[in-house]
Design a protein. Structure first.
Lengths: 249, 584, 175
């Protein structure tokens, strides 16, 4: 079949047979969802666990976030807390609401507010930070905080996952906080404040939605912060056995 | 009846429109049972896949599509040449079909061959809204067969399309269960040495790219004509008969390597257009492509049609047998494919200005790496290497102990040294694009009037996919002039394979065969390669042009093409002139 | 002698070997199943026209009597090089291996038959002058007088790679 002939036939067909097909139809603009930025939401809990300390303290602990948005702008609510089972009180309760946008291939910048409302004095902070994937697969989350009192601090979170198999995963996490000024009321001294180091062995039971894990966590305070907590009769250093699950919806 | 009569009368003048056929399709919520899981999805006439629509070249079809869903739908006739209003892409060809509405497609059938149809709305196609089209030619086929079967492949996933998209956006490796593990590290250490393995891991980690990133979507069950491997779709034959198998890959995301152990397959058609026959042991079918092959089982026994995914994470299986219930052995899946640095070759254009710097991606490192991989190889297998020498070899294929075919595993349509170069499981002939030659040229040979470069771009960690770095949402249309012949240059700067599909007009893949270049509707562009295709711009209107991987298209690797000029606007211009004349 | 020539000369020898192997059941013996042999023009009782297309013959079968001598006029109406070869399916299969080499080495390129490449000098030739096989370029036509000696499973076929498999063959029916 010659293409030329069929083309002519088609044109004749169009003119002669299908006048009702509105050939002069206006060419439409694409207003479908495809032409709109793709909107995505998600819920993830990296940690959702029960902790049992070396001096028999029991804690419920979580670290998660919920987001909604596009490639260019996301709103993210991050929540982190520790609830002491015996005292029935929050030892730590921290919520952040940030906007997040890409600044490079692998990193996003974020800015927003952080509210700390545990037992004791509340604090509100302004926060700026970056989050993303560093070379060699380190997940990095670095934040700078300025409190309503004018105190500044920084926090660095790093995580690395080692795939023992494609479902059995050993995750190492380090979280370090540094204060640039003292905030005595909440027990923060200048300098390195605290570290939390965790090692968790998880198994992806249902896709990546539900991955139960066991692990150990080490928490420690340093310098003046260490003195402050000791002065109040607390522990400057704790070891925990943890049992929990990584969640995502 | 009147239409038929009219058409009949006109057929004296125009033999092209001798026939008229009316067809009905309903779009329904259906249950899909793969044997591994049961889920609800979307189908046609109560089933997924939908019916095989059989048309005849020259027929004028009228297809009533009734939307029984609670959402908008559409049907795109993949590979058919038709007026753009009939092409079925919401927002480009027409507004779409509302819930409860019946939309009638009307178009003439001007071609023959194997094609398919699917929804172009949301993720209805991965959810099951697809079917096959078989068009009988006006004249005889340029080949002979005693019976024929449609073999329609898909990658059915337990998750809905929306959920998959969200998961991929949230965690791009959500479905990747073939990632490199500690165990693989140690086996690589024993094969290649500790330092080489560490260097290799550091080079890839430095780029934050995964060697295992071959398939975005794993965890599917491969279906053939809607049947899972255990449900074993079976096509019957009498020994000695020639069977035409019409392979269609209707997968959302999966390339399949197809073989029938014990049978040669003679490829006679690709994407609906006849090709000069070529006999192969195995072929790779890209998403949205079709291949027609002729096989001739001579023995009174069963043969397995085995289609393993390119990344080896899953397979589809069916049987050809003299009697129902007969089975042949089902091969094991091969080892998972691994990308090589060659597949990253296109990424040099990447933005290196990330705030954290990009230290380890220099060429000398890569050269060294390739060399280090070579050390682990079995040199005994290399003595027969001719022309191509060391350079043309596929290092990774050798590293994985694949059989080497006589000329070494290389294919001009893969990056030199690519980890994706396919090899036939029996060591025989694996079809390459380079083997495809049109049976009959469709157009006269002429120089392209212009070249348009399309860089295929993306960011795996963000799961964003784009063309020339711009997603569809931010992109201007590609404007073509009616009557020109455009040479498209695809440069794949990502590490994924992209099956690029231009609607409405043929894509002539440049395999260096001049006017015998094969005529296709979907062209796979492998990582790190540059591929050319030419298009005679002979259809007015506006058309979609996109990567046919469902989640890549939805993430932005998509364009609208506007053909300016041509018969339609000539007519419109005429009408305008008349109007102006009337007013004056 | 330049390197390509050596390759081709070697090839020519190997083709010759294969051809002899394949041809061992034809020739003057007249026994068993074979395609027959060239016949005397004077004995030809009638003429049968066979047209080659891409990729099929017209007609797709011919009727002959055992022992009959027929003038076959074969015309290539297609746009590709085709072969006309009379033999058993096994003979065709053997012939396909040779044809694959001819294609790989550029002797047959789509619609072109590079006859020049068959002349190697040195006494070696890849000239396809098998009596039961003819290669025709598009537009070409040749006739052969053929005596159908035997009976059984005889086909005329084109062994250009892929063509036989795609269905370019016809049956010889003995009445």
């Amino acid at each position: 079949m010659s293409r030329g002939i069929s083309l002519i036939a088609f044109v004749v067909l169009g003119l002669g047979l299908m006048p009702a097909m509105s050939f002069a139809q206006e060419r439409m603009d694409d207003t479908t969802a495809r032409k709109m930025p793709l909107k995505i939401w998600g819920v993830q809990f990296e940690e959702f666990e029960y902790r049992y300390s070396d001096d028999d303290e029991e804690l419920g602990s979580w670290d998660g976030d919920i987001f909604y948005g596009t490639d260019d702008l996301k709103v993210r609510w991050l929540t982190k807390g520790e609830y002491a089972v015996d005292e029935q009180a929050y030892e730590k309760l921290e919520n952040q609401l940030v906007g997040q946008m890409p600044v490079s291939d692998f990193f996003d910048a974020k800015a927003g507010v952080r509210f700390d409302t545990p037992e004791g004095p509340d604090r509100t902070y302004g926060v700026v930070g970056i989050t993303g994937l560093a070379p060699q697969w380190f997940e990095i989350d670095a934040n700078l905080y300025v409190s309503e009192e004018g105190d500044t601090s920084a926090e660095l979170d790093a995580e690395y996952e080692l795939l023992l198999t494609n479902r059995l995963i050993l995750a190492a996490a380090l979280d370090a906080t540094v204060a640039f000024s003292e905030d005595r009321e909440i027990g923060v001294g200048k300098g390195l404040v605290s570290t939390e180091t965790g090692l968790r062995l998880s198994y992806d039971l249902i896709d990546r939605s539900f991955s139960p894990y066991i692990g150990v966590v080490h928490e420690r305070k340093y310098g003046d912060s260490e003195d402050f907590v000791r002065a109040e009769g607390g522990d400057a250093e704790s070891w925990f056995a943890v049992l929990g699950a990584r969640l995502s919806f | 009846m009147k239409t038929a009569f009219l058409a009949g009368a006109l057929s004296l003048l125009l033999p092209v429109i001798g026939l008229a056929g009316e067809y009905n399709l309903t779009v329904d919520r259906v249950e899909i049972d793969t044997g591994d899981f049961v889920k609800t999805g979307i189908g046609y006439n109560g089933k997924s896949p939908g019916p095989v629509l059989r048309f005849k070249e020259g027929e004028k079809v009228s297809i009533n599509v009734t939307n029984n869903l609670e959402e908008m739908t559409s049907i795109h006739w993949h590979g058919l040449i038709l007026p753009f209003e009939q092409d079925g892409v919401p927002g480009i060809s027409f507004p779409g079909i509302k819930p409860g509405q019946t939309f009638t497609y009307n178009f003439p059938i001007t071609q023959s061959g194997t094609y398919w149809f699917h929804s172009h709305s949301g993720f209805q196609e991965p959810d099951g809204a697809y079917g096959a089209i078989v068009i009988e030619p006006e004249g005889r086929e340029p080949f002979r067969y005693d019976r024929e079967y449609v073999v329609q492949l898909t990658d059915k996933h337990p998750h809905s399309g929306d959920r998959i998209m969200r998961n991929l956006k949230m965690m791009p490796d959500y479905y990747n269960r073939e990632q490199q593990t500690v165990g693989e590290f140690f086996s690589d250490v024993s094969a290649q040495g500790f330092m080489n393995t560490v260097k290799d891991r550091l080079a890839w980690g430095g780029m934050r790219m995964m060697k295992a990133d071959v398939e975005d979507l794993q965890g599917f069950t491969g279906l053939i004509n809607g049947k899972g491997p255990d449900q074993n779709w079976t096509g019957l034959f009498q020994p000695g008969e020639r069977i035409r198998l019409r392979f269609i890959n209707s997968s959302a995301m999966t390339y399949f390597d197809v073989r029938i152990p014990g049978l040669d397959m003679t490829v006679v058609q690709a994407d609906g257009n006849n090709v000069q026959p070529v006999s192969v042991d195995e072929f790779r079918i890209g998403v949205a492509e079709t291949y027609d092959v002729i096989v001739r089982p001579r023995d009174e026994k069963a043969y397995t049609i085995f289609a393993e995914s390119m990344g080896r994470s899953g397979y589809a299986r069916a049987t050809l047998a003299p009697r129902d219930g007969m089975e042949a052995p089902v091969p094991e899946l091969s080892k998972p494919a691994r990308l090589t640095m060659a597949d990253m070759g296109g990424m040099h254009g990447m933005d290196h200005s990330g705030m954290e710097g990009m230290e380890s991606m220099d060429h000398s490192t890569m050269g060294e790496m390739d060399h280090s991989e070579m050390k682990g190889m079995d040199h005994a297998g290399m003595q027969d290497m001719d022309r191509s020498g060391m350079k043309g070899m596929d290092h990774s294929a050798m590293g994985h102990g694949s059989e080497m075919s006589a000329g070494g595993a290389s294919d001009p349509f893969y990056a030199e040294g690519s980890g994706l170069v396919p090899t036939a499981a029996n060591g025989g002939k694996f079809l390459s694009y380079a083997d495809l030659k049109a049976q009959k040229p469709l157009y006269d040979e002429r120089e392209a009037t212009r070249e348009i470069e399309l860089r295929l771009t993306g960011n795996m960690e963000r799961y964003t996919w784009s063309i020339n770095g711009v997603k569809y949402e931010d992109a201007d249309p590609i404007r073509l002039q009616y009557g020109e012949r455009v040479r498209f240059k695809f440069v794949n700067e990502t590490m994924m394979t992209h099956p690029m599909h231009l609607h409405g007009m043929w894509s002539m893949l440049d395999v260096g065969a001049g006017q015998f270049n094969p005529v296709k509707h979907t062209i796979s562009v492998q990582p790190g390669t540059t591929v050319y295709m030419e298009t005679e711009v002979d259809e007015p209107g506006q058309w979609a042009f996109h990567c046919h991987l469902s989640y890549h298209a939805a993430a932005g690797m998509f364009r609208k093409v506007i053909v300016e000029g041509g018969p339609e606007s000539a007519q419109a211009a005429e009408a305008d002139t008349e109007k102006a004349g009337g007013e004056a | 002698m330049s390197a390509p020539r050596i390759v081709i000369a070697t090839l020519a020898m190997s083709v010759a070997t294969i051809a002899m192997g394949a041809g061992s059941h034809q020739g003057g013996h007249g026994h068993g199943v074979s395609g027959g042999k060239p016949g005397e023009a004077s004995e030809a009782t009638r003429t049968i026209n066979i047209n080659m297309h891409d990729n099929y013959y017209e007609p797709e079968s011919i009727d002959v009597k055992a022992g009959e001598t027929v003038r076959l006029v074969v015309s290539n109406k297609g746009s590709l090089v085709h072969e006309f070869n009379i033999g058993t399916p096994d003979m065709h299969e053997a012939r396909q291996a040779e044809m694959t080499m001819l294609v790989q080495h550029g002797v047959i390129q789509g619609g072109t038959l590079n006859r020049g490449m068959m002349e190697m000098g040195n006494g070696h030739s890849m000239k396809q002058d098998d009596p039961n096989s003819m290669l025709l370029e598009p537009g070409g036509s040749r006739e052969v007088v053929w005596k159908f000696t035997g009976s059984g499973d005889i086909e005329f076929a084109c062994n250009v790679p892929g063509h036989y498999q795609a269905g370019m063959y016809g049956d010889v029916n003995f009445n």
